[in-house]
Structure formats: structure tokens, C-alpha cells
Write a protein that binds this ligand. Structure first.
Ligand SMILES: NC(=O)c1ccc[n+]([C@@H]2O[C@H](COP(=O)([O-])OP(=O)(O)OC[C@H]3O[C@@H](n4cnc5c(N)ncnc54)[C@H](O)[C@@H]3O)[C@@H](O)[C@H]2O)c1
Length: 335
């Protein structure tokens, strides 16, 4: 297999995960350039003996680079994706594509015209637990799926500076759950009803966001999903999923660092769930990059498209509107 030359934009929390995975697991991928304006990133990248620039333009201008991995902040995504597409480079971009529906539609149009591949980083689709559930639902093991339940709670909120530019709980955090709901149920959401509150930290409310939410999604055939989000679960990262259907039920519990159980006069005790996304979704991050590179190098279909990004985003926007207006919101009524 020939070597694929790529550029990486942004090496913060998620960029470092992807970069390390590429260096350790993909011998046919060459990181030709990493771009990030921060000094900390420069030190980190040079420490890995990789080429560094503080300007994304230098990735775009390099004709040898065939694909980009975009892990910079959300407000750079649409612009970076458009420029990569216009210079004929395939794109893996972290979620979400942008916070504005209009911008996403425009960006996807540019990508379509350019003919390059665009994959969105909905990594949870590649988690072994959820893949198993998906395959059981698809093979009819639980009959007709009727109710999906997703519990998705972070161990602690991100810094307020991140919250302010993140797009809010629905667009930043629950968007993964909205994508998962479409993916597991294999159909589109038509109506969204959400309630939100600030129960974790008043500073999150001061920053214009919520930290707790309950959402009910209704799909085109009347089946439903219930999603429960919190920015703070004191016992760690709480990621569970259950599908109930006409022939049974399938569920996935949290992942733990070990499965010991300690029995004493006080009760039965075990380890807390794996702490956060870096630990919990390690395999999924690796699997999603593998899928992207296979698609670019072998011409295989992309498992997550720009349209998937758009549909999840519509649900997030409808959820926010639902909280603000205290009523169910139809996806078709979004502008
Ligand atoms: N899929 C997931 O599980 C997951 C997890 C975390 C974050 N994300 C997404 O990834 C993106 C980054 O999040 P993060 O938590 O890594 O943020 P972060 O703040 O830790 O890192 C962002 C990095 O991008 C750099 N950057 C800023 N402006 C840039 C520019 N113009 N060009 C290149 N680099 C630039 C910053 O210096 C920083 O190093 C966000 O869109 C977020 O929604 C996805």
C-alpha cells in the first residue's frame, strides 16, 4: 500500500489522541505537517520529530498533502473544511462542523462539488459495545426496536472558557447521543422535546449554557428515544445504552478499568467507570481513523458522512429551541 501524506490541524485534547494513534498504529500514514498556533503544541509536535507550522495555510499550500485531520476548535471547522476541499484534500473533521445550519449547508455543498471525502468524528459509532448493539438491532434479534435509552453524563464540566465557544451542551456534548440515536435506530428524527437546567455550576448558566438535560426524540415511524445528559457525574463517565424491542432488549453498561468486586459488612464495592472519553473511547478513536484511511486509500465507503453531521446538528438546534420555547420542536420547522 502506498503511503498517504496528511496534515493535522490542532493538537489539543482530541488532536493529540489522533496524532498518537496515527504514529503508533498506521505505518502507511505519514504526518507531513501539524498546524497549531499555540506554543505548547509547537513543543509537543517538535518533540515527536514532526514538521510544525503555526498556520493552517501551510497545510493547504502543500500539494503533497492528500488528507487533513481537523481537530482545532469548532469555530475553525467550516472554514478549514472548505479550504481543504477546494484544494482537493480528503477530510476527517471533529464534530460539530459548525454552529450555524446555514454555514454547514454551504460547507457541505462546497465539499460535494469538490468530490473529496468528508468524514465527521462521531467516534461512538466505532465503540465495540455500541457496534455489538447495532449489529443485534440490525439482525432483528430484538424484533422491532421501540424505545432507545441513552445515558450520557460527563465526570465533570469543561472550563468555562471552553463552554463559551463550544456551542452549548446540545451542540458540543449531546450531539454524539443524537448521532447515536439515528445510527442505532436507522431512521430520522422528526420531533424533539427537551428540558434543560443549570444544576451543576451556576457559572455555566452565567456563560449562557445549561448543564443538565432530558430529551425525548420521536422518529418518523413513532418510535422514541430518551436521552439523559449531565455535565457532572461524581462517579465518573456514565455512558450506557439500551434498546427495547418487540422481541427483547439489549443494553451496554459502562466500561470499568477492572471487574473486581469487594464484599464487606458495608456492601459490595467495585471500581468506578473509566473516567472520561480519552480512556473510555480509546478503541473507537482508533477504529474511526482506520475507517477513514481505508476509505481514502482503498476507496471503501465512508461510515460517517457530512449529512450525518448535518442531521445530528439539526436535532441539537431543535433541542435548544425546545428548551428555550418550552415546547416540542419539529425538525422540518427548523430554518
Ligand atoms: N469526538 C470527540 O470525542 C471529541 C472530544 C473532544 C473534542 N472534540 C472536538 O474537537 C475539537 C477540539 O476540541 P479539544 O477538546 O481538543 O480542544 P482543545 O482546546 O483542547 O484543542 C484545540 C487545539 O486547536 C488549536 N487551535 C486553535 N486555533 C487553531 C487554528 N486556527 N489552527 C490550528 N489549530 C488551532 C489550539 O491551540 C489547541 O491546541 C472541538 O471541535 C470539539 O468539539 C471531539
Amino acid at each position: 500500500m502506498t503511503t498517504l501524506k496528511i496534515g493535522v490541524a490542532g493538537v489539543g485534547r482530541i488532536g493529540k489522541i489522533h496524532l498518537e494513534n496515527i504514529l503508533q498504529h498506521f505505518p502507511n500514514i505519514e504526518i507531513a505537517l501539524v498546524a497549531d498556533p499555540s506554543e505548547e503544541a509547537e513543543k509537543y509536535v517538535l518533540g515527536k520529530n514532526l514538521n510544525f507550522s503555526n498556520d493552517y495555510n501551510n497545510i493547504i499550500k502543500n500539494p503533497d498533502i492528500e488528507a487533513v485531520i481537523i481537530c482545532s476548535p469548532t469555530d475553525t471547522h467550516a472554514n478549514f473544511v472548505e479550504r481543504a476541499a477546494q484544494s482537493g484534500k480528503h477530510i476527517f473533521c471533529e464534530k460539530p462542523l459548525d454552529l450555524s445550519l446555514q454555514t454547514v449547508v454551504k460547507t457541505l455543498d462546497i465539499v460535494k462539488k469538490s468530490g473529496v471525502k468528508l468524514m465527521l468524528g462521531f467516534n461512538r459509532r466505532f465503540d465495540p459495545n455500541f457496534l455489538k448493539i447495532k449489529s443485534m438491532v440490525d439482525s432483528g434479534k430484538i424484533g422491532d426496536p421501540q424505545i432507545l435509552k441513552i445515558t450520557s453524563r460527563d465526570p465533570g464540566p469543561p472550563p468555562i472558557s471552553y463552554i463559551k465557544v463550544s456551542g452549548g451542551l446540545f451542540m458540543d456534548m449531546a450531539i454524539h447521543d443524537f448521532d447515536m440515536a439515528r445510527y442505532i435506530m436507522n431512521k430520522e428524527v422528526v420531533e424533539v422535546y427537551s428540558r434543560g437546567a443549570v444544576l451543576v455550576d451556576p457559572a455555566i448558566g452565567d456563560a449562557g449554557d445549561i448543564d443538565t438535560a432530558l430529551t425525548t426524540l420521536t422518529f418518523e415511524d413513532g418510535t422514541m428515544a430518551n436521552i439523559d445528559n449531565s455535565r457532572k457525574a461524581v462517579y465518573g463517565y456514565d455512558q450506557r445504552l439500551e434498546v427495547f424491542g418487540s422481541k427483547g432488549m439489549v443494553k451496554a453498561d459502562n466500561n470499568f478499568p477492572d471487574n473486581h468486586q469487594y464484599f464487606s459488612a458495608d456492601g459490595i464495592h467495585g471500581s468506578l467507570p473509566l473516567n472520561f472519553f480519552l480512556e473510555r473511547y480509546t478503541t473507537s478513536y482508533l477504529n474511526e481513523l482506520e475507517a477513514f484511511f481505508k476509505s481514502v486509500q482503498n476507496g471503501e465507503d465512508l461510515p460517517v458522512s457530512g449529512k450525518d453531521g448535518l442531521e445530528a446538528m439539526k436535532i441539537a438546534l431543535a433541542a435548544l429551541k425546545s428548551v428555550m420555547e418550552k415546547r416540542p420542536v419539529w425538525i422540518k420547522d427548523l430554518r
